[in-house]
Design a protein. Structure first.
Length: 127
């Protein structure tokens, strides 16, 4: 068997599994919150767009805006990206809104130790 065949077969099996297999349930099937990364923090889409508009107005937009490899997230927000897996629930660095990100197993341990009704509802935690 070739490695390519094995990879293709494995991907077919994994794609046929229900999304909930191996993943704890969440209130939504698909996480819809988009995020931006800027200055070592994470931002909701509205705040990320506001930061971009402010930097654009100051003439600080990167020269090659369409290609994120040409500039650093410390200089200009990168994104939007789908919310990414984390060891804790993420919140916007500007407005504080909960970003509804997926969690690692350490993240689930964290929310079990730190009660928050918004997290409990989203991650379907019954206490």
């Amino acid at each position: 068997m070739s490695l390519m065949w094995i990879l293709r077969f494995t991907n077919e099996i994994l794609s046929a599994l229900p999304k909930s297999v191996g993943n704890p349930p969440t209130r939504k099937d698909k996480l819809e919150m988009n995020t931006y990364i800027y200055n070592a923090d994470i931002y909701c889409e509205p705040c990320g767009n506001k930061i971009k508009r402010n930097l654009d107005a100051e003439g600080l937009a990167p020269l090659h805006l369409a290609d994120e490899f040409y500039w650093d997230s410390g200089d200009y927000p990168k994104g939007p990206y789908d919310a990414s897996e984390s060891d804790t629930p993420d919140h916007c660095g500007s407005c504080g809104v909960f970003l509804e990100n997926p969690l690692t197993s350490d993240g689930y341990d964290y929310i079990m130790e730190n009660q928050n009704s918004e997290w409990d509802e989203f991650y379907v935690i019954e206490r």
